[in-house]
Design a protein. Structure first.
Length: 246
């Protein structure tokens, strides 16, 4: 995977870009709505969104969203945070949105808005070491196996496959952590998100692992309810930009 794609987005947990919850709250205020006294739906000059360490999100989705919001006169800044904390910050209005999340994860978090239309088709993929069986049958047959998934994905996987035991799941703070744990032989299996498998998404997978598609879903850009009045304009601009990619 092209790890170099991860280097351009500040890390919300790094020493060089450490954002406490209070800092995020202050930044949201600092980017306050500049026309509050004259408009029922003021437009901020800048918004801070979270993002994830995934090559397609950082190389394709972030630039797409920058073009979308530029149409509204809004500058975007992206910061990297952990997967489920990401949505919690948006739900609590400490960040104004997140670049992209799968629809099954979004449904677990009240207080956030999914922006239509969906950004991409995507899939959850079971990743397996070459010497292991590789299909969802292992969820039933081998309860001793360890399975890595991001914090946010772990919750939805356990709901989708109730035969799995929470003790089998090894949660990672970020999706990229799933690949690291497999590379270091710390787990038997991993569950990893890829973009449209019919349009190059399978090329995102490491060549030294086997894989099996678990299920398909869609990814959406999400925003905080605090900027919900902007939703119609964001959706129009998103449709325009997505149409240019067809």
């Amino acid at each position: 995977m092209a790890v170099g794609l991860f280097s351009n987005t500040p890390d919300i947990q790094s020493e060089s870009y450490l954002l406490s919850d209070s800092h995020l709250q202050n930044e949201s205020s600092a980017n306050s709505l500049t026309e509050a006294s004259t408009s029922a739906c003021p437009v901020p000059k800048k918004l801070t969104f979270s993002s994830l360490r995934h090559p397609q999100i950082q190389s394709e989705i972030q630039p797409l969203l920058e073009r979308v919001y530029a149409k509204l006169g809004i500058e975007l800044e992206f910061v990297v945070t952990t997967s489920y904390r990401d949505l919690m910050l948006v739900a609590n209005n400490q960040l104004m949105g997140s670049a992209a999340f799968a629809d099954d994860i979004i449904s677990t978090m009240p207080g956030i808005l999914a922006v239509e239309p969906p950004l991409r088709n995507m899939s959850y993929v079971l990743l397996c070491h070459k010497d292991l069986a590789c299909d969802e049958g292992i969820f039933d047959a081998q309860p001793q196996n360890s399975i890595a998934a991001s914090n946010a994905m772990s919750k939805t996987i356990l709901t989708r496959f109730p035969q799995l035991s929470p003790k089998q799941m090894v949660s990672t703070r970020e999706v990229i952590g799933v690949l690291r744990m497999l590379e270091e032989n710390r787990v038997d299996y991993g569950i990893y998100p890829i973009s449209d498998r019919h349009n190059g998404g399978l090329l995102e997978l490491p060549q030294n692992l086997n894989y099996s598609i678990l299920y398909d879903l869609k990814s959406f850009h999400v925003i905080s309810r605090q900027i919900s009045c902007l939703l119609p304009k964001i959706e129009v601009a998103l449709r325009e930009e997505l149409s240019k990619l067809k």
